[in-house]
Structures are given as structure tokens and as C-alpha cells.
Write a protein that binds this ligand. Structure first.
Ligand code: ATP
Ligand code: MG
Length: 343
């Protein structure tokens, strides 16, 4: 094992070697008959030399070496290192360890900040891109109305309706973002209760019936023989998760397709799967689907409309339940989105 060299040990070693040298000089002088001192005097001299050497070395180390190290510690903002503490440690090794640790932490901090800055830049870019279209649309309709279309009965109502649709779209983007940021900052307290998932799912089916009809998608629930399917979670939040997944299965489904919600009872927990036989997702996109504003660029995505916030909300809600979303897909054949809940 490597021996620890501390400033204190250096002081003691120097004091001992100075004392030994002094004793050697006295012995040589005595043998040469140049001096005659008794044992007590020798002992006293040894003690004095030891004390003086120790004190001088201690003060020199403290003043010239530790002073510098303390400055280094101040620079790296490492609190709680005093000169006295450092005296009993292997200062050079300790300082080099502390400085490397600090450099590593600093490096990590810089990386995190760079990632955050990139994320913010990307977010602002995506956000402005998303809101630009409805804003320009609204401006277009209003300008056309002001420029004379107001007097044309046929277009007036149509343009006002279009402007109103775009306002609704803006509101929904802002609402989705507000939900995400509240979930991210843990401002939403999940109201965990036990509830039956089956009526919740049928309620969402009713809500999406028109949309499903429009895309000719059949919505089906398979509870595997259960009349009740009780889970623990925030009812409204889980409703939103299922609603977002089901809406996606319709938007990215194929005409005359089918979406099945499977409820699997695993005794202590439940697995909820939403499976569609829609357009599917290429593997390279799977890891990004829950990123804000991430949309797979297909002609279907463009016509389906959306902001790319739905799955980000799903992810955050599930995280607030200490769960995650698992996604598997067969490109061109369909996808399954699944998560667990406590029972
Ligand atoms: N069931 C699915 N089948 C195929 N692709 C899907 C499916 N669900 C999601 N995706 C892809 O993942 C992308 C992200 O989905 P997400 O729900 O986050 O956003 P969105 O549906 O585009 O918009 P929003 O939900 O905010 O209205 C979609 O644009 C789509 O490309
Ligand atoms: Mg969606």
C-alpha cells in the first residue's frame, strides 16, 4: 500500500533528521574533545532542535504551500477545507483528487447547460413554427374580410369560421404546453384513487365515435372476461392518456381498420395496451415519439393534423404514476402502445 505523506509527517521527519544531525555533530565534537556536555544537556539540545525544526517547517508549509492550496480551494468553491484539516492529509494527492472531481463536475454541468440551451432553442423553433400557421391563417382571413369580403354574405361566415378554427387550434397548443410544463415542474398533484377502467374507456369511445366513423376505424375493448377492471391512478389523467392514444390510433390508422384496447390482469398490476393495425412507425422514430413537437413526417401525419404534444403529455402523466410508455410497431402493419398501472 502507498504510504500517505502528510505535511505533519514531513514536519516530524524533518525535525527528527535535524535532531539526529545535531546529535551526530555533538558526538563527533565530544569524541574530538572539542566539547564536554552531559546527558541532560544533550537531551535538552535535542528537544530544542526538534521543537524548533518542527515549528519552522510547520510554519513554512502553512504559509507558502497551504496558502496556495487554500486559494485553489477557494477558486473551485470547495467549502470546508481549512489549513489545519489539510495539514493532516496527503495534501497534494487530496488537492489533485478534489480538483479533478471539480473539473469533472464542471464538465458535466457545461454539458447539461449545453443540452438545455439546445433543447430551449429547438423548443422555441418548434413552438414558433407550430403557432405561425394558425396566426398567419387568422391574419389572412381577417385581412380578406377587411379588404371587402365582409360585404359578401357567402364568404363572410366561412372566413369567420375558419379564423375561429385557427384560434381554437392556437388555444389547444397553448393548453397542451401548459399541461406539459405543469407536469414537468410537478405542479400537478396526481389524485390517486381506485376506479373501474371499463366505463372510462367506453366514455372515450363515445367521445371519439364521430372521428372513428370519419376514418372508418372500429374501436374495441377486450377486458378478457372482466366485468370490472379496477386500477389505481388519477382517473382524469389516465383518461387523457387513453384518449390521446386512441385518437392517435384513429388518426394514424388505415381505413376500415381496427383499434383494440386490451386490459390484462397480472394479479398485482394491470397492463393496458392500445393496439392498432394502422400505418405503423419506423424503428428509427420510436425513441423520439414522446419528445415535444416530434411528428413522423409522413403525408398521413400532415393531413391528420396535430402538434406532436399528445405523446409528450402521455409520457409525463405516466411518469407521475411512476410508470412508462412502451411502444412497439411494425412499419406498415400497426402499433401497440402499452403501460402498467397498480391494481
Ligand atoms: N398509433 C400510431 N400509429 C402511427 N404513428 C403514430 C401513432 N401514434 C403516434 N404516431 C406518430 O407519433 C407522432 C407523435 O404523436 P403525438 O400524439 O405526440 O403527436 P400528434 O398526434 O402528431 O399531435 P397531437 O397529439 O399533439 O395533436 C405522430 O405525429 C405520428 O407520426
Ligand atoms: Mg396525438
Amino acid at each position: 500500500m502507498k504510504k500517505k505523506v502528510t505535511p505533519l509527517k514531513v514536519c516530524v521527519m524533518l525535525a527528527i533528521s535535524n535532531t539526529l544531525i545535531t546529535l551526530l555533530v555533538i558526538a563527533v565534537l565530544s569524541l574530538a574533545g572539542k566539547t564536554q556536555i552531559n546527558t541532560w544537556q544533550i537531551f535538552l539540545i535535542a528537544l530544542l532542535v526538534f521543537g524548533a525544526s518542527y515549528t519552522v517547517t510547520y510554519l513554512i508549509i502553512k504559509k507558502y504551500i497551504l496558502q496556495k492550496l487554500i486559494q485553489i480551494y477557494k477558486a473551485i468553491q470547495h467549502k470546508g477545507k481549512s489549513k489545519n484539516m489539510l495539514m493532516s492529509k496527503n495534501v497534494f494527492e487530496q488537492t489533485s483528487q478534489d480538483v479533478s472531481k471539480w473539473a469533472k463536475e464542471l464538465d458535466e454541468e457545461v454539458q447539461t447547460q449545453t443540452q438545455l440551451a439546445n433543447y430551449r432553442r429547438l423548443f422555441i423553433g418548434n413552438f414558433s413554427h407550430e403557432i405561425r400557421t394558425p396566426i398567419f391563417n387568422i391574419q389572412g382571413y381577417i385581412d380578406t374580410l377587411i379588404d371587402g369580403a365582409m360585404d359578401d354574405d357567402n364568404v363572410r361566415e366561412k372566413y369567420l369560421n375558419q379564423a375561429s378554427k385557427n384560434v381554437t387550434r392556437l388555444i389547444s397548443i397553448v393548453e397542451d404546453l401548459t399541461t406539459i410544463s405543469k407536469l414537468e415542474y410537478n405542479q400537478v398533484v396526481m389524485n390517486i384513487t381506485e376506479f373501474d377502467l371499463i366505463p372510462v374507456i367506453y366514455d372515450i369511445f363515445d367521445e371519439l365515435a364521430l372521428k372513428a366513423e370519419e376514418f372508418e376505424i372500429e374501436l374495441k375493448l377486450d377486458s378478457h372476461g372482466h366485468n370490472f377492471f379496477t386500477v389505481k391512478g388519477d382517473k382524469m389523467a389516465i383518461r387523457q392518456v387513453l384518449s390521446n392514444l386512441l385518437l392517435n390510433s384513429i388518426k394514424y390508422g388505415k381505413t376500415k381498420g381496427k383499434t383494440t384496447v386490451n386490459l390484462l390482469d397480472m394479479n398485482t398490476y394491470a397492463i393496458i395496451q392500445v393496439t392498432d393495425n394502422g400505418i405503423g412507425i419506423e424503428e428509427k422514430h420510436l425513441g423520439h415519439l414522446c419528445d415535444r413537437f416530434y411528428r413522423v413526417s409522413t403525408s398521413r401525419s400532415r393531413t391528420a393534423g396535430g402538434t406532436g404534444l399528445g405523446l409528450a403529455i402521455v409520457k409525463h402523466i405516466l411518469e407521475a404514476h411512476n410508470q412508462s410508455l412502451s411502444i412497439s410497431s411494425n412499419y406498415g402493419k400497426g402499433s401497440t402502445f402499452a403501460f402498467q398501472l397498480e391494481k
